[in-house]
Design a protein around this ligand. Structure first.
Ligand SMILES: C[C@H](N)C(=O)N[C@@H](CCCCN)C(=O)O
Length: 588
C-alpha cells in the first residue's frame, strides 16, 4: 500500500493536471485540422483559392496516414512509450503547422502555386503527426487514470478535441478579419503551446515511470501485427464495422469542413458576424465569442459526464437542477446574440462538433446499459441520410436546421456505438492492430471526400468559379485604398466586357447598385470585404452544392447497408453487439 500512495497518479489533483497538459495537443490538433472550414470564402477572395485547391489542401493532410503512418506511429509508441512518441509526433505536427502558417503569409514566395504547395507540404507534415498524437493522448489517459475516472477523463479529452474543432471553425473568420495568415498563425501557435504543455507533462511522466517501476506496473501492449491483420480482415463483423467507419466518417468530417460554405452559399447565412453579433470580454470580441464556446463545453460536460460520478441519487438530482438553472440563466443572457449566430455560416456549423460533447457520453451510457449498438448504428446512418438529403435537395432554412441537428445526433450516436463494438469483436491483444487498420482505411475515405467535394463544387459551377476569380484578380490589381468606387465599378465592368467563361455572370451585374452599396459601406479597403458585399447583394451567384452533398447521401446509403450487414453477421458470430456492456449471448 505504501508504494501505491507514493505514485503521482494516485493523487486526484495530479491526474487532472496531467489530463489538462496532454489534452492541449488534442485541442490544438483538432483546431488545426478543422479551422480552414471557417475560412473557405476568405481563402477564395483573399488568396485566389478554388474549391478544388481548398479540398486538395485539406485532403492531402491524410496522405501519410493513408500509407501507414498510424501503424508506424503505433509501433514507435509501443517501443518508445507515450512520452517520446508525443514529443516526436507533436513536434512533427507543430513543424507542419508552422510551415503552413509561414507559407500562407508568403514566406516561401508570394505566387499562388508556391503558397499552395508549401501550405500543402505543411499540412502533410501536420497530418503525419495528427492521428498518432490522438492515440498518444488516449494512451496517456489510460496510463494515469486506469482504476480511476478513466471514462470521464476520456470524455473530457475527446470533448476538448471537439471543442477545438468547434472553436476553430467558428472563430477563424473573426481571427482572420479578412486576412488568412493571421488565423493560420494563431492555429499553429496553439499547437506550439500544446507541445510546450506536453513537454511539461513529460517531466511528470518520467517521475511516474520511475515510481510505477517500483510497483511493477506495465503499459498495456497492443502492438500492430500483420498476422493479426490477416485474421481481422477475414472476420466478417470486423470487416463490416471497419467499412462502416470509412463510409460514416467520410460523410461527416468532410461535410463539416464545407458546412460553413454550404450554409453561406445555399441558405444565405452570413459570412461575417454583424457588429451586434459579437460578445465582448475584457474589451475583446474574439475573447468574448470564444468564452461562449468554453462555457458551452463546461455545461456539456457538467450535464453529460459528471453526473455518473455522483453516486447518491438525491445529490445527483440537486446537482442536475442547479446546472439546469445555471444553463437557463446563461442562455437567457446570450439569447439575442445566439439568434444572430444561428444565421452565420461558421458559427452555426461549429455547433455540430460542439453538440457531440453532450450527446456522445449520453449515448455511450445508453449503449453500456442497454446495448443495441448495431441497431443504433443503423439509426445513425438513417439520420445521416436525412441530414444530407434535407440539405442537398431542399432549400428551406428550417429543414437545414433539422438536418444539422440530425447530423449532430448521428455524429454522436455512431461513434458512441461503434468504438465499444470494436472492443467486443476484437480480442484485447489485437485492439491496437484493429484501430490502426481502421484509422488507416478511414483516412483513404476522408482524403477522397475532403478533396472530392471541393473538386465537385468547381466542376458543377464553372462560370461562378471563373467569375469570382476574375473579379478577385481585378480587385487585387487595384490598390483599393487609392481607388474610388467609380474606378472599382469601371474595372468590374471592363472584365464583364471581356470574353471567357466568367463573362455571362459578370455581365449580369447591376453596376449602379454595386457602387451605391460600396459607397454606403464606407468604401471597403479589403478585397474580401468587397467580394462579400458583392455576394450579399447577389451580384456574385452562390455555388450550387446539390450534387456534392448528394454524393454524401450515397455514403449514408452505403453506411446503412453495412450497418445491417454488421447486425446480421453479429447474430451469426454472436459477439453480443446488441447486448449491454459486459454481457455475452451465452449469458442469456
Ligand atoms: C479521425 C480519427 N481517426 C477518428 O476516427 N477520430 C474519432 C475518434 C476515435 C476515438 C476512438 N477511441 C472521432 O470521432 O473524432
Amino acid at each position: 500500500m505504501d508504494t501505491i500512495k507514493k505514485s503521482l497518479r494516485h493523487t486526484p489533483a495530479m491526474r487532472w493536471l496531467m489530463l489538462l497538459l496532454i489534452s492541449g495537443l488534442t485541442f490544438g490538433t483538432y483546431w488545426f485540422q478543422d479551422f480552414f472550414g471557417g475560412l473557405k470564402t476568405i481563402m477564395e477572395n483573399d488568396m485566389g483559392f478554388t474549391s478544388e485547391e481548398f479540398g486538395r489542401l485539406i485532403g492531402l493532410t491524410t496522405i501519410a496516414n493513408m500509407f501507414g503512418m498510424i501503424i508506424v506511429g503505433g509501433i514507435i509508441l509501443d517501443k518508445w512509450g507515450v512520452r517520446m512518441a508525443g514529443i516526436v509526433f507533436g513536434g512533427i505536427a507543430t513543424l507542419g503547422a508552422s510551415i503552413t502558417a509561414l507559407a500562407s503569409a508568403g514566406f516561401f514566395g508570394e505566387d499562388h502555386s508556391t503558397m499552395l504547395n508549401m501550405m500543402i507540404l505543411g499540412r502533410i507534415l501536420f497530418g503525419s503527426g495528427l492521428e498518432v498524437v490522438c492515440v498518444v493522448a488516449t494512451r496517456t489517459a489510460v496510463k494515469w487514470f486506469k482504476g480511476y475516472e478513466l471514462a470521464l477523463a476520456m470524455a473530457l479529452n475527446m470533448g476538448l478535441g471537439r471543442l477545438g474543432s468547434a472553436m476553430g471553425i467558428a472563430l477563424a473568420p473573426d481571427i482572420a478579419n479578412g486576412s488568412v495568415p493571421s488565423a493560420v498563425t494563431f492555429a499553429a501557435t496553439l499547437i506550439g503551446i500544446a507541445l510546450i504543455m506536453f513537454l511539461i507533462y513529460s517531466v511528470f511522466d518520467i517521475k511516474l515511470d520511475r515510481q510505477e517501476k517500483v510497483e511493477g506496473a506495465e503499459e498495456d501492449g497492443e502492438d500492430f501485427k500483420f498476422s493479426d491483420l490477416v485474421k481481422l480482415i477475414t472476420n466478417k463483423s470486423f470487416l463490416f464495422i471497419a467499412l462502416l467507419c470509412v463510409a460514416f466518417y467520410s460523410a461527416v468530417f468532410p461535410f463539416i469542413q464545407y458546412a460553413p460554405d454550404i450554409l453561406i452559399n445555399k441558405f444565405e447565412f452570413s459570412i461575417l458576424l454583424p457588429e451586434n453579433g459579437n460578445i465582448e470580454l475584457f474589451g475583446s470580441t474574439s475573447l468574448g465569442n470564444a468564452s461562449v464556446f468554453v462555457a458551452l463545453y463546461i455545461f456539456a460536460i457538467a450535464f453529460a459526464a459528471i453526473p455518473k460520478q455522483i453516486k447518491n441519487i438525491n445529490t445527483r438530482r440537486v446537482y442536475m437542477a442547479v446546472i439546469a438553472l445555471l444553463f437557463a440563466g446563461f442562455l437567457a443572457s446570450i439569447w439575442d446574440v445566439m439568434g444572430i449566430w444561428l444565421q452565420n455560416g461558421s458559427k452555426t456549423a461549429a455547433l455540430i462538433p460542439l453538440g457531440t460533447i453532450i450527446f456522445t457520453p449520453i449515448f455511450g451510457s445508453y449503449v453500456d446499459s442497454k446495448g443495441k449498438a448495431a441497431s443504433l448504428m443503423i439509426l445513425g446512418a438513417l439520420l445521416l441520410i436525412f441530414a444530407h438529403v434535407s440539405m442537398s435537395l431542399f432549400n428551406y432554412d428550417w429543414l437545414a436546421y433539422l438536418g444539422l441537428i440530425s447530423l449532430g445526433i448521428a455524429f454522436s450516436l455512431v461513434p458512441a456505438a461503434m468504438w465499444p463494438s470494436v472492443a467486443k469483436i476484437v480480442a484485447e491483444n489485437r485492439l491496437g492492430t484493429a484501430y490502426a487498420s481502421m484509422f488507416t482505411i478511414q483516412n483513404w475515405g476522408l482524403g477522397l471526400f475532403f478533396w472530392g467535394i471541393g473538386a465537385m463544387v468547381d466542376w458543377f459551377n464553372p462560370k461562378i468559379v471563373a467569375a469570382k476569380q476574375a473579379i478577385a484578380d481585378q480587385l487585387h490589381a487595384f490598390n483599393l485604398k487609392d481607388n474610388t468606387i467609380t474606378t472599382i465599378r469601371n474595372g468590374l465592368q471592363d472584365i464583364g466586357l471581356a470574353s471567357g467563361q466568367e463573362r455571362e455572370v459578370i455581365q449580369e451585374m447591376r453596376f449602379d447598385e454595386i457602387s451605391t452599396q460600396l459607397a454606403a459601406n464606407n468604401s471597403p479597403e479589403k478585397v474580401d470585404e468587397v467580394m462579400n458585399y458583392l455576394s450579399s447583394l447577389g451580384e456574385i451567384p452562390a455555388y450550387d452544392y446539390t450534387y456534392p452533398i448528394l454524393a454524401l447521401v450515397g455514403l449514408g446509403v452505403i453506411s446503412i447497408y453495412l450497418a445491417f450487414q454488421l447486425k446480421k453477421a453479429d447474430a451469426k458470430q454472436r459477439y453480443g453487439l446488441e447486448l449491454p456492456s459486459g454481457q455475452t449471448p451465452d449469458d442469456e
